[in-house]
Design a protein around this ligand. Structure first.
Ligand code: XUL
Ligand code: CO
Length: 439
C-alpha cells in the first residue's frame, strides 16, 4: 500500500523535556493513571471530515490544503486513497478510533441506490483496513445537511419527501456503523432548526424530529445494533435557532418524548462556548444527569462568534474537562474525538501530525492534572464543606423532605443571625494553577 506521509514516522512518547516536534511530551499510551492506562482513559479518535475530506475553503477563498491525494480525479479512487491515508495517520499517531459521516468516506451517486453502493464498496475496504491496523469505529453518523435537498432541514423539513430521504440515509448509516462495529451513533442537528417563525411550524418540526429519533431507536433494535445513541448539542450555525441548543435543552426535549433512556450527549467544547457555557458546565450538567456519553474535543476563539473547530491546546479547559470525565467514571463507550481542523494557513500535510500531537498532549496533561486534583481532593473537600449545612440539622431535614414552608418559617423566625462563608474563588483558581504548573 502506498505511503502518504513518508516524511513522518511513528510518533513516540519522549516526555516533557523533548524538543522533537514529532513526539508526544505527555501522551504516554501505556502509562497507568489511577488504575487505567492513558489510552483507556482517553480513547482518542480522529475525525474523518476535518482530517481527510476538508480542503481549507472558507467563505472568502478556495481550499489551501496540500494533500498527497490531490492529483486523483476518479471519486472512488480518491475515497480509497483517503481511507488508506486515514489508517496511516491513525497508525503513526497511535490513535485507536475514528469517526465519520456517511458522505465523508464515499461520494454520492446519481441515485440513492448508487450512493449506497459506493458506500458499501468503501465500507468493505474500511473493514479490511480496520482489521489490518487494529483500529475501531467510535461513532458513525449521517450527513443530512450538506446536500441542497436539506435546505429546510432533514427530520424537521417541511417536505415529507425530504424526511423520508433522511430516514433512508440514517437507516443505511446505522447498518454501516453496525457492520464496522461502531460503539456509538451520533445525531448532530445539522439544519434541524429555523431562521424565522414567520414560515415555521415549530411544534410539528419538533414532533417530527422525535419521530425520526424513535424510528432510529426501533431500527437499531431490529438489526441488533447495540451501540450508544448520542445527540450532539449546538446552539447556532447553520440555523439561527438550532433545536438541540445545549445539553439542558436536549434533555428536556428527550424527556418530553420519552426518548431519554435511549440517548446520551456528545458534548463539543466549541458548541458549549457558542451557547455561552463553559465546556465544563456542559460536561457537569450531563454528568449529574447520567447523560454524558462522549466528547468532541476542540476549542473556539473567544473573539469569534462561530464554530472555529480549533485543535484544543488550552490546558486549563482540558484539565477541567478531564476532571468531569474522571468524575463520570470515564467516557466509554464514548471517547475523545478531535472534531478539529488545522487552520487554513496550516496547509502542509505535516501540520496534521503537529495538530493531533498538540491536542493529544493537551488532553493527556489535563488527565494527569485532573487525576491529581481529584486524588488530593482539595476542590472536592471545599465543595463538601461549602454545602455542609445540608448534612445536619435543618438542612438534612430539607434534603430528606421532612419539612415544608410552615416548619421552615418557624425555624427562620427563631434564627435571626445568619452567617455566610466566603466562596474563595480566587484561592481555588490558584490551586488549579498550582497543580497545572507543578505536575
Ligand atoms: C458540526 C459538528 C459535526 C458533528 C458531527 O458543528 O460538530 O461535525 O460533530 O456531525
Ligand atoms: Co462535533
Amino acid at each position: 500500500m502506498k505511503e502518504y506521509f513518508g516524511n513522518v514516522s511513528k510518533i513516540n512518547y519522549e516526555g516533557p523535556g523533548s524538543k522533537n516536534p514529532y513526539s508526544f511530551k505527555y501522551y504516554n499510551p501505556d502509562e497507568v493513571i489511577g488504575g487505567k492506562t492513558m489510552k483507556e482513559h482517553l480513547r482518542f479518535s480522529l475525525s474523518y471530515w476535518h482530517t481527510l475530506t476538508a480542503n481549507g475553503a472558507d467563505p472568502f477563498g478556495a481550499g489551501t490544503m496540500l494533500r498527497p491525494w490531490d492529483d486523483i480525479t476518479n471519486e472512488m479512487d480518491l475515497a480509497k486513497a483517503r481511507m488508506e491515508a486515514a489508517f496511516e495517520l491513525m497508525d503513526k499517531l497511535n490513535i485507536e478510533y475514528f469517526c465519520f459521516h456517511d458522505r465523508d468516506i464515499a461520494p454520492e451517486g446519481k441515485t440513492l441506490q448508487e450512493t449506497n453502493e459506493n458506500l458499501d464498496e468503501i465500507v468493505a475496504y474500511c473493514k479490511e483496513l480496520m482489521k489490518k491496523y487494529n483500529k475501531k469505529l467510535l461513532w458513525g453518523t449521517a450527513n443530512c445537511f450538506t446536500n441542497p435537498r436539506y435546505v429546510h432541514g432533514a427530520g424537521t423539513s417541511c417536505n415529507a419527501d425530504v424526511f423520508a430521504y433522511a430516514a433512508a440515509q440514517i437507516k443505511k448509516a446505522l447498518e454501516v456503523t453496525k457492520e464496522l462495529g461502531g460503539e456509538n451513533y451520533v445525531f448532530w442537528g445539522g439544519r434541524e432548526g429555523y431562521e424565522t417563525l414567520l414560515n415555521t411550524d415549530m411544534g410539528l418540526e419538533l414532533d417530527n424530529f422525535a419521530r425520526l429519533l424513535q424510528m432510529a431507536v426501533d431500527y437499531a433494535k431490529e438489526i441488533g445494533f447495540t451501540g450508544q445513541f448520542l445527540i450532539e448539542p449546538k446552539p447556532k450555525e447553520p440555523t439561527k435557532h438550532q433545536y438541540d441548543f445545549d445539553t439542558a435543552t436536549v434533555l428536556g426535549f428527550l424527556k418530553k418524548y420519552n426518548l431519554d433512556k435511549y440517548f446520551k450527549v456528545n458534548i463539543e467544547a466549541n458548541h458549549a462556548t457558542l451557547a455561552q457555557h463553559t465546556f465544563q458546565h456542559e460536561l457537569n450538567f450531563a454528568r449529574i444527569n447520567n447523560f454524558l456519553g462522549s466528547i468532541d474535543a476542540n476549542q473556539g476563539d473567544p473573539m469569534l462568534g462561530w464554530d472555529t473547530d480549533q485543535f484544543p491546546t488550552n490546558i486549563y479547559d482540558a484539565t477541567l474537562a478531564m476532571y468531569e470525565i474522571l468524575k463520570n467514571g470515564g467516557l466509554a463507550p464514548g471517547g475523545v474525538n478531535f472534531d478539529a481542523k488545522v487552520r487554513r494557513a496550516s496547509f502542509e500535510k505535516e501540520d496534521l501530525f503537529l495538530a493531533y500531537i498538540a491536542g493529544m498532549d493537551t488532553f493527556a496533561k489535563g488527565l494527569k492534572v485532573a487525576h491529581k486534583l481529584l486524588e488530593n481532593g482539595e476542590l472536592e473537600n471545599f465543595i463538601k464543606n461549602k454545602y455542609a449545612s445540608f448534612s445536619e440539622g435543618i438542612g438534612k431535614e430539607i434534603v430528606e423532605g421532612k419539612v415544608g414552608l410552615k416548619e421552615l418559617e418557624a425555624y427562620a423566625l427563631k434564627n435571626n443571625e445568619i452567617t455566610n462563608k466566603s466562596g474563595r474563588q480566587e484561592l481555588l483558581e490558584a490551586i488549579v494553577n498550582q497543580y497545572i504548573f507543578e505536575d
